[in-house]
Structures are given as structure tokens and as C-alpha cells.
Design a protein around this ligand. Structure first.
Ligand code: URA
Length: 207
């Protein structure tokens, strides 16, 4: 069963509340998203593997820990790029993939329109998208990521609906989820309530 990590931190809670406010302008929303994603990245990378390396400090030689490998980050377009900025501030040399999906109006299935990944083979992959709503695009993105045979896959979002968590847990029981909060529900048109509105529109000012 997918493990769900709700990041419980006063700064995360405070920043998320500012993002939820309807009057928060795009520039501030973007800044808050970057700040919050730094904190979320700290949690999603908490158990990355370390190895001992021999280094020379100004004083002596010493064995110290270093990451075995940096994770690959995959952003689900377009709102994923809002989270990506903060993730890359913490892991600046991470390689990055992008995937774009849209929902077919007739079938309601997620259809891929763009996909460019670095090699994922055997890698730890962190898939990022701020809103885990129905879980359809998250599940489709994870389906595509798994085609490239990654080692482990983690899913990082800002806000989740219980329905999206359940859908992802059912479709990808091996993928752990990190989020700042799980809200009450989805409304009839698939928005998270109370939520923060359309994350892409708020990040890019397209409302
Ligand atoms: N996507 C969003 O941007 N917001 C929601 O509430 C749901 C999906």
C-alpha cells in the first residue's frame, strides 16, 4: 500500500494558508510555492542513500557522507514546474524530465502530448505536481515513468484530495506520496475543496 506522508511543519502550514487566500497575487503565490517546495523536498529526500567518501578538509583527511546518487525529478506540465523550481534549489544538479498530459473530453482519459526524460533506469525518481486531485494524470504519468524502469518512484505534491490519494494508492501501491495537506474532498468539476483554485493559473497568472 502506498505510504502517505503529510508534512507536518508550522512553516509549511503557514505558507499553504497564504497560498489558499484568493487575494494572494501570482508573484507572491509563486514565491510561496518555491519556499514550500524547499521544505517538502527536505522531507521527500530524507532517506536517500549515502556512501562514505574520503575528502581533505583544510585541516586533515576524513571520511564523510555523500549521496550515492542524486534523484531524477519529473515535472508534470505545467503546474509541476512551479514545484520544480524549489526542488532544484535544493538538488541543483538533479536531472529533470517533463511530461505533458491533457484530458480527452470524450473518454476522460489522460492523453500524453509531450514527454522528454533523461535515463530513469534504476534511478530514484521524484514526480512532482502541486495538486493531486482525481489522481488520473498522476497515475498516467507514473505509468509512463515506469516504462523506463526506474529504481524507486516517489510522488510529491502540495495538496491532495482523499479521492486522489485513494486512486494513486490503488493504481501505484509501490509509490509513496508526500504532501503538505490532504483537503476535504473534490467538487463536482474535480477541484480540491477548500483547495487553492487552479494551481497552474495561479502560478502563471492565467486566470
Ligand atoms: N488542479 C488544480 O490546479 N486545482 C485543483 O483544485 C484540482 C486540480
Amino acid at each position: 500500500m502506498t505510504k502517505l506522508h503529510v508534512v507536518d511543519h508550522p512553516l509549511v502550514a503557514h505558507k499553504l494558508t497564504q497560498m489558499r487566500r484568493v487575494e494572494t497575487p501570482s508573484a507572491q503565490f509563486r514565491q510561496l510555492l518555491t519556499e514550500i517546495s524547499l521544505l517538502l523536498t527536505y522531507e521527500v529526500t530524507r532517506d536517500l542513500a549515502l556512501k562514505k567518501v574520503r575528502i581533505t578538509t583544510p585541516l586533515t583527511e576524513s571520511e564523510q557522507p555523500e549521496l550515492v546518487e542524486e534523484p531524477v525529478v519529473v515535472s508534470i506540465l505545467r503546474a509541476g514546474n512551479g514545484l520544480l523550481d524549489g526542488v532544484l534549489q535544493v538538488i541543483p544538479s538533479a536531472r529533470v524530465g517533463h511530461i505533458g498530459l491533457y484530458r480527452d473530453h470524450d473518454t476522460l482519459e489522460a492523453v500524453e502530448y509531450y514527454c522528454k526524460f533523461p535515463s530513469l533506469n534504476g534511478q530514484t525518481v521524484i514526480v512532482v505536481d502541486p495538486m493531486l486531485a482525481t489522481g488520473n494524470s498522476a497515475a498516467a504519468a507514473l505509468d509512463r515513468v515506469k516504462v523506463d524502469r526506474p529504481g524507486t518512484v516517489r510522488y510529491l505534491c502540495l495538496l491532495a484530495a482523499p479521492e486522489g490519494v485513494a486512486a494513486l494508492q490503488s493504481a501505484h501501491p509501490d509509490v509513496a506520496i508526500w504532501t503538505a495537506a490532504v483537503d476535504e474532498r473534490l467538487n463536482e468539476v474535480g477541484y480540491i475543496v477548500p483547495g487553492l483554485g487552479d494551481a497552474g493559473d495561479r502560478i502563471f497568472g492565467t486566470t
